[in-house]
Ligand binder design. Structure first.
Ligand SMILES: Nc1ncnc2c1ncn2[C@@H]1O[C@H](COP(=O)(O)OP(=O)(O)OP(=O)(O)O)[C@@H](O)[C@H]1O
Ligand SMILES: [Mg+2]
Length: 373
């Protein structure tokens, strides 16, 4: 799919941005702090995903303004879609989305319509950061493939918060421990779905990443992913979600509920999942070099693009924020070979650091405005 038109007004420091992107390469060039990443972020949020900078929606509105709007037109392999999104302070900072002229209830519908992948310097946190970063990556990637995952993830979050509040009340003698089993049934249903979803995605990404990484390392290194559930063994996850999977999850919660009540929080379940990433058999988080970490982040994102292609037979739009300057020529070539048929938006402070074959439209940005294509 490609973005054919974008209009951005009042989004962070951006104003009056109107572009007709190139179907292939789009270079967003400018000095530091001029609005390059903001431009990618404005396009990115049209996918329904949260900001890749993990900031709140109200921060999207220019500090000096009251309203932001982003409009994009995209073409997938079937038709054109028009997406309009706006956030106004007077409307309680809630996001208004209109898709092909029809007002939407939430951003969920966008997951199915506009698919994109962002490569950012923060991607290394997926490998180096807390287990939550890895869980978030898998959850977001799975949600882009299957929008109903968002509903399960939100529901699980809500139930887990209720469970933790209840545990505290039981601990303080303000609630009856018997209520816990009702909540545990609901936790088990959502938790079982999420465990299977994560296992399935990790299996896919493992297959693709290990091939990509072997090529990138000249055949010398081996990258593996392993889903560590504290509820299920791998053989449980080979089967589709069933009454039996709910039962296993439920019993595990109940078995450990004594300790949960003592501490007032839930220690068992998908909220404690870990995704182990290993290079040549050693955990990357502890052992990998800077270069290995960067390469791992890179192949994870490229694998995400390949999984999209397998699923929908259509390519996602690629955003490369400040990553090219960090990569040597071989790695740049490796990426561009894989994304050769996709529309790409690249930010850079230094146009000459890009590979000479990257030719397309150049959007120069200064103080939140375009200064000529
Ligand atoms: N809500 C907002 N209102 C107004 N300005 C904002 C808002 N949020 C961020 N900014 C400003 O936007 C500016 C540009 O940010 P952006 O991250 O897009 O820069 P950049 O061009 O990507 O720079 P770099 O090359 O350093 O990554 C920053 O100076 C920041 O203070
Ligand atoms: Mg930037």
């Amino acid at each position: 799919m490609i973005i054919t038109y974008a209009n951005i007004e009042g989004f962070r420091n951006l104003s009056g941005i109107e572009i007709n992107p190139d179907p292939k390469y789009n270079i967003i060039s400018g000095l530091n702090a001029q609005g390059k990443t903001n431009l990618l972020e404005a396009l990115w949020i049209m996918s329904g995903c949260k900001s890749f900078r993990s900031s709140k929606e109200k921060d999207y509105i220019a500090v000096s303004g009251n309203k932001m709007t982003v409009d994009i037109n995209i073409i997938d392999n079937i038709r054109e879609h028009r997406i309009h999104t706006e956030i106004t302070r007077s409307n309680g900072n809630t996001r208004n989305i209109i898709l092909n002229g029809v007002k939407q209830k939430g951003s969920k519908a966008l997951f199915d319509v506009f698919r994109c992948i962002a490569f950012t310097p923060d991607d290394v946190d997926i490998i180096k950061g807390s287990p939550e970063k890895r869980r978030n990556f898998i959850d977001m990637a799975s949600s882009q493939l299957n929008p109903s995952a968002v509903m399960h993830l939100n529901r699980h979050n809500r139930i887990l918060n209720q469970r933790n509040a209840l545990l505290k009340n039981i601990m303080n003698g303000k609630a009856n421990p018997e209520i816990l089993s009702t909540i545990d049934k609901q936790t088990a249903e959502e938790g079982a779905y999420i465990s299977h979803m994560r296992y399935g995605y990790i299996r896919k990404i493992n297959r693709i990443c290990s091939n990509l990484y072997r090529t990138l390392s000249g055949g010398t290194e081996n990258l593996e992913f392993e889903y560590k559930s504290n509820v299920y063994k791998a053989e449980n996850l080979e089967m589709p979600v069933s009454q039996e999977s709910y039962g296993i999850y439920f019993r595990k919660l109940q078995e450990n509920s004594g300790y949960d009540i003592k501490t007032g929080t839930t220690h068992t379940g998908v909220n404690r999942d870990e995704i182990l990433i290993k290079i040549n058999g050693l955990p990357a988080k502890e052992y990998a070099s800077q270069g290995q970490i960067k390469s791992t982040a890179l192949v994870m994102k490229l694998a995400q693009a390949e999984i999209f292609m397998e699923k929908s037979d259509d390519s996602p739009v690629i955003f490369l924020d400040d990553v090219m300057g960090e990569l040597d020529e071989n790695r740049q070539k490796f990426i561009f070979d894989i994304i050769r048929n996709m529309q790409v938006f690249i930010t850079t402070c230094n146009e000459s650091a890009l590979l000479p074959e990257i030719k397309g439209k150049i959007f120069r940005i200064h103080n939140g405005k375009l200064i000529g294509e």
